[in-house]
Design a protein around this ligand. Structure first.
Ligand SMILES: [Mg+2]
Length: 110
């Protein structure tokens, strides 16, 4: 029998933002693209925002409508890449068979 784990980091972009800025922890936050550059959609949301009805892919204005206290932050891709690699490094302590799938998912064969 072959065992393969699938790892998917929850609300990855939002979790990294909350980790780096403690004032965002336990708050309804969404990582959003820039409205002025016509990329104004929710890329990721915290658990609190999710509970308020915010959805990934939603327009920023729609997200603010369903969650009036929503805190929006711009994405910091260099940080997401850094923490994505750190997580993969942890898996690689246990196996050399780690296959990344996007920034927040991996297939891991022990
Ligand atoms: Mg994920």
């Amino acid at each position: 029998m072959r065992i393969i784990f699938h790892s998917d980091l929850n609300s990855f972009y939002a979790s990294v933002e909350q980790m780096l800025d403690p004032s965002l922890r336990n708050r309804a936050i969404a990582v959003c693209g820039c409205t002025e550059e016509r990329h104004g959609i929710v890329l990721a949301k915290s658990e609190q925002a999710k509970r308020a009805g915010v959805k990934t892919g939603q327009a920023n204005w729609e997200a603010r409508q369903c969650c009036p206290g929503l805190i929006t932050v711009q994405p910091h891709y260099e940080q997401y890449l850094k923490y994505s690699k750190l997580v993969r490094d942890i898996y690689q302590r246990y196996t050399d068979q780690v296959e990344p799938f996007g920034m927040d998912e991996c297939w891991v064969r022990p």
